[in-house]
Design a protein. Structure first.
Length: 327
């Protein structure tokens, strides 16, 4: 299997008997508008209090996380078969464990994948045959018999979504392996993985640092965006169509030096349980405990990353490690 997108691009052009690339930099699809989610508000059911409230997280911050999980993806157009874009995608994920304040790679190392993405039924039989004869892994980006317009930009969006799905699968598999082998707590970048075990385990905590979707009752937006440093919102329930429901809340990691309502704001996800769903003291204790763990990760700063106000150092370490190995 090819190890890099450059190798993949070269192999595809050779398989299709197309001229070699001119060496110009290839734009990243991941940084294009194709991957931007539309902003939206979603209603939720507050489980801890009668309405959405700002709650001060009390007690000393304590280190509760033993390891960190994150994944990365890269996708580029490597060639066209007529009007059909063929996308090369590389995905990787890793768990980094903190041992004596040093970060090391957990398990059998990072999980990586490099493959092609295209609508197989839209390609000619000859193109599919040539790609397969070259030993290239091609993932079909369209379900069977699904009608699409054929617009190249739509096909690119489908390919980018497929790359994202593969990255999330690598992250899910690592999270599943973690909860099978360890009872220590794993910090997951993003929402709780949708694996059967990780999604219901107390050994996984998801921390979301982007807010294209804001979860709040209609009268709770000002509370969410007005949180002060060390404050969290009331816990609420999120119903997920792709997995078990989760308990969630917003947490402000740092005081805002400006009026940016999202600076230092994260959303925490923990597994739903019968005990927590009933509300009361157990739910508040769990939210405060996990919030103290997250607040403890504010140092060291993840500088010079532009997301330093919301990104903890353990997640930055995952990204730096994956970048260093060329993932």
């Amino acid at each position: 299997m090819t190890e890099s997108l450059r190798d993949l691009r070269r192999a595809v052009r050779k398989a299709l008997a197309h001229p070699a690339a001119d060496g110009a930099p290839v734009p990243s699809l991941d940084l294009s508008g194709l991957v931007l989610e539309p902003p939206r508000m979603r209603d939720c059911v507050v489980a801890e209090t009668a309405r959405m409230e700002a709650i001060v997280v009390t007690g000393p911050v304590v280190v509760g996380f033993s390891a960190f999980l994150d994944g990365v993806q890269q996708s580029h157009v490597v060639d066209y078969a007529g009007t059909i874009p063929i996308v090369g995608g590389r995905t990787a994920a890793v768990v980094r464990v903190r041992v004596d304040r040093r970060m090391t790679t957990w398990g059998d190392g990072p999980r990586t994948q490099c493959r092609l993405y295209a609508p197989r039924q839209r390609l000619s039989a000859a193109a599919v045959r040539d790609l397969e004869a070259a030993g290239l892994d091609l993932r079909d980006t369209l379900p069977p018999n699904e009608e699409v317009s054929g617009h190249p930009m739509e096909l690119l969006r489908r390919a980018v979504d497929a790359v994202k799905d593969d990255r999330e699968r690598l992250e899910r598999d690592l999270a599943e392996a973690w909860v099978e082998r360890s009872s220590d707590v794993l910090f997951v970048d993003g929402g709780l993985p949708f694996g059967a075990k990780a999604a219901v385990s107390t050994s996984c905590v998801g921390v979301v640092k982007s807010h294209h979707t804001i979860y709040t009752p209609s009268d709770g937006l000002a509370t969410v965006l007005g949180l002060g440093e060390g404050e969290r919102t009331s816990v609420f329930t999120i119903e997920r169509t792709w997995g078990p429901r989760v308990m969630s809340w917003y947490l402000r990691l740092r005081e805002r030096p400006s009026h940016d309502p999202f600076l230092g704001l994260v959303r925490v996800e923990v597994a739903w349980s019968d005990e927590l769903s009933s509300g009361g003291a157990a739910l508040s204790r769990r939210a405060d405990e996990v919030s103290r763990w997250v607040l403890a990760e504010r140092a060291p700063l993840s500088m010079p990353d532009a997301r330093w106000d919301r990104m903890v150092y353990g997640i930055r370490d995952c990204e730096e490690y994956l970048r260093a190995i060329g993932a």
